[in-house]
Design a protein around this ligand. Structure first.
Ligand code: SF4
Ligand code: SF4
Length: 118
């Protein structure tokens, strides 16, 4: 059984990168500005949302978010961690203060059921 995670005390402790591999990250204008200031061009990290064409999301590659780095020991980290999109900092507590797991298939079980049916 999963332990209940609390927003106030949550720390990523597996560094499995699952959240950054599986989820689509919506970007705000402020996120885009902040990441541009790190020296990235828009074509490096911004894509148009496929559903909401006036919105933007982070670019992904085969292993997920383009800012996700795999280390030799198999763990993952974010190379723009201090400047990551706001929504990344909120994960997995978007509307709640308690969640059962930070794994994306548990945070969004219905989304994963419909993906697997395709
Ligand atoms: S899924 Fe959870 S444990 Fe894995 S990297 Fe994301 S926050 Fe950390
Ligand atoms: S920007 Fe960083 S924290 Fe956000 S999805 Fe990409 S690797 Fe993960």
């Amino acid at each position: 059984m999963d332990t209940i995670l609390k927003k106030e005390t949550f720390e990523c402790n597996r560094y499995c990168g699952e959240c950054c591999k599986k989820l689509i990250v919506r970007l705000t204008k402020a996120d885009i500005e902040r990441i541009r200031k790190l020296g990235y061009e828009d074509e490096d990290f911004v894509e148009r949302d496929l559903v909401y064409r006036n919105k933007f999301v982070l670019r992904t590659e085969k292993e997920g978010c383009i800012f996700l780095k795999r280390h030799k020991d198999g763990t993952y980290s974010c190379i723009i961690y201090k400047n990551r999109p706001k929504i990344c900092g909120q994960y997995p507590f978007f509307a709640k203060n308690l969640v059962g797991s930070c794994l994306p298939n548990k945070v969004y079980p219905s989304a994963f059921v419909s993906f697997s049916k395709k």
